[in-house]
Structure formats: structure tokens, C-alpha cells
Write a protein that binds this ligand. Structure first.
Ligand code: MF3
Ligand code: CO
Length: 248
């Protein structure tokens, strides 16, 4: 069942989204060679505490940290720890913040220092594929229009779409109906309506679309160990079209 949000609820989601976007902006500034992924988590923990908010990921299905930090071939759900970011890495950070009873969910990928042209292209194409999807998020379109736009953009630029993990409805719960795949035919799936709130989150790979989970039971990596990128926004569908909630 898709839970529609009232204008008052969307106002609260806008606040949760803004806090999430501010956290991501802060973390982006800290991405430099030499910092550990655990320090990034520490920074997130203190920001969330200062804002009197709650980390949505901590304890979710036993997840041990407050953010996910996934490097290079890691697709999503990398657990912060002692690993040090190196010049040339690409890093994906995913953060979820509960504020006023609602959740903001956002992810971005960025280079550490100087990265290759191929890595830079993967980052730009993945981010643009997210915006192509968001552009379809308006009343009387179908969910498949979002999915198809993401897939079309990423694949026409020579990359592949992860199918095993998808976006989702979001609100008081991090994962609500519907699932939001990043692939599939246009025109299919539920009709989009004013008041729907979705987390759209393409995961785009440089090589094969296939992924596997490491022995820590969380970290998702590409099967061929080639690079992967991930961008996510929480959005609301309004009468006038999409509104990005995870923005400052
Ligand atoms: N953005 C991810 C998602 O929507 C974050 C979940 S990580 C977890 O599924 F640790 F909380 F599971
Ligand atoms: Co999400």
C-alpha cells in the first residue's frame, strides 16, 4: 500500500530532507585522501546529535553504523571502519536522518582528489540518471517512467544498472511501498499521484550489472570489481511535478 502524505506531512519531510542534505554537504567537504571511513561516520553521528535528530540506518536490520561508505567496486552498504581514503578512489556516501517523525534518505558519490576521466564520467552519468528519473515524477505518469528514464540514460552512456537493489517509497518508515527499480519499461506500474514520496537511487556500474555481498553480510560489490556509483534523493510528487526534499 502506497501511503500518500498531506501537505503538512510533506512539510515535515522537507525538514528531515534538509537535515539529510546538510549532513551530506558536510560529509562531502570531508572527503580527502587520508581520512578514514570511520571518521566520516563520527562526523555524521555528531551532526545528527547536534540537530537533535536520529540516524535512520543505525540498528536497521542490525546495521552497525550511522552512514554507509562504499569505495570503488563497493556498490552500497559499505560499513565505516579503519579504511583510509586514497587519492583516485571514488566514494559513495549514503545517509538517512529521522527528524520530526519522518525520514530523509540521500546518497552521493564523489572522487577523492584527482580521479580518472572514466571514473568522472561514471559519477556524472549516475547523477544525471537520477535527475532524468526525478523529471518523470509527476502526477499521471507511471512508476515505470521513472525507472525507464534512469535506465535509458545510464545504458546509453555505456554503463550498467544494478537490478538487485532498488529505490523505495519513504515516510515515517525508511522503506515503504512502492519499490522503485532503476530499470524497466515506461508506462508500467502504479500511476503516480500527488502526495507520494519516493527515494530514487540509481546504482550504476562501469562493467557488469551483477553484484555480490561480501562476508561482512552488508557490503555489496560488483562481481567484476569494476567501479560503481550511487546517487539518491528523497522526493515528493506535487501537483506541479517533482520536489526534491533532500536539498538545502
Ligand atoms: N539508502 C539505503 C536504502 O534505502 C540505505 C539503507 S542502509 C541500511 O536502503 F543500513 F540502513 F540498511
Ligand atoms: Co534509500
Amino acid at each position: 500500500m502506497i501511503i500518500l502524505k498531506s501537505p503538512e506531512e510533506i512539510k515535515l519531510m522537507r525538514e528531515a530532507g534538509r537535515a539529510t542534505a546538510e549532513l551530506c554537504a558536510l560529509l562531502k567537504e570531508k572527503i580527502k585522501p587520508g581520512i578514514t571511513t570511520l571518521s566520516l561516520d563520527d562526523i555524521a553521528v555528531s551532526f545528527i546529535k547536534k540537530r537533535k535528530a536520529i540516524a535512520a540506518f543505525l540498528g536497521y536490520r542490525g546495521y552497525p553504523k550511522s552512514i554507509c561508505v562504499s569505495i570503488n567496486e563497493e556498490v552500497v552498504h559499505g560499513i565505516p571502519g579503519g579504511r583510509v581514503l586514497q587519492e583516485g578512489d571514488i566514494v559513495s556516501i549514503d545517509a538517512g536522518v529521522v527528524f520530526g517523525g519522518f525520514i530523509g534518505d540521500m546518497a552521493f558519490s564523489a572522487g577523492v582528489g584527482k580521479i580518472t576521466a572514466e571514473a568522472q564520467k561514471l559519477l556524472s552519468v549516475t547523477e544525471q540518471s537520477l535527475y532524468q528519473g526525478i523529471a518523470q515524477a509527476r502526477p499521471s505518469n507511471h512508476l515505470g517512467d521513472i525507472s525507464h528514464a534512469v535506465q535509458e540514460y545510464a545504458e546509453s552512456n555505456g554503463f550498467s544498472i544494478v537490478e538487485q537493489y532498488v529505490g523505495h517509497g519513504i515516510g515515517r518508515q525508511m522503506h515503504e511501498d512502492p519499490q522503485v527499480p532503476n530499470y524497466g519499461p515506461a508506462g508500467c506500474g502504479p500511476m503516480l499521484k500527488e502526495g507520494m514520496t519516493l527515494a530514487i537511487e540509481p546504482m550504476v556500474n562501469a562493467g557488469t550489472y551483477e553484484v555480490e555481498v561480501l562476508d561482512d553480510d552488508w557490503t555489496v560489490v560488483t562481481k567484476d570489481r569494476k567501479l560503481s556509483a550511487h546517487f539518491e534523493h528523497t522526493i515528493a510528487i506535487t501537483a506541479n511535478g517533482p520536489e526534491i526534499l533532500t536539498k538545502i
